[in-house]
Design a protein. Structure first.
Length: 132
């Protein structure tokens, strides 16, 4: 990796970190500590389940397209196939999270987490499709 790419990557991670801290400060300022905790629980579940929802298909898609970037037909087929796979995978993960949200909330002794996980479940399909 060259110096410019490394700098851009580090800057991107820095922006991500600062924005994450800023969001926590904003939630903490305008809401109660329990809401901040609930927000972070739901966000952690989003980060974890989103990885299962995309299943690494975006990396595979990028690699395949890089190999045949001059063939528009092949690129189109790769994208269509990847989108179908991601929709099926993310819908499955989303449905599982939705179905288990009450159990997970009970496990964490956080009744409001059920609503948060339901919202996360809805967003997973959209997030996964956005990765493509």
């Amino acid at each position: 990796m060259d110096r410019k790419s490394l700098t851009i990557n580090v800057a991107g991670v820095g922006v991500l970190g600062v924005s994450g801290i800023a969001i926590n400060f904003i939630v903490a300022k305008y809401y109660s500590p329990s809401v901040l905790g609930l927000f972070n629980q739901a966000l952690a579940f989003f980060f974890i389940t989103s990885q299962f929802a995309v299943g690494g298909v975006h990396f595979s898609t990028l690699q395949k397209i890089a190999r045949c970037c001059d063939d528009r037909r092949a690129v189109s087929e790769i994208l269509k196939t990847a989108l179908v796979i991601v929709i099926l995978l993310s819908t499955t993960v989303s449905a599982l999270l939705w179905a288990t949200s009450a159990y997970v909330a009970a496990l964490f002794n956080s009744p409001d987490l059920e609503v948060g996980l339901s919202l996360v479940a809805i967003s997973l399909v959209l997030f996964a499709c956005k990765q493509h």
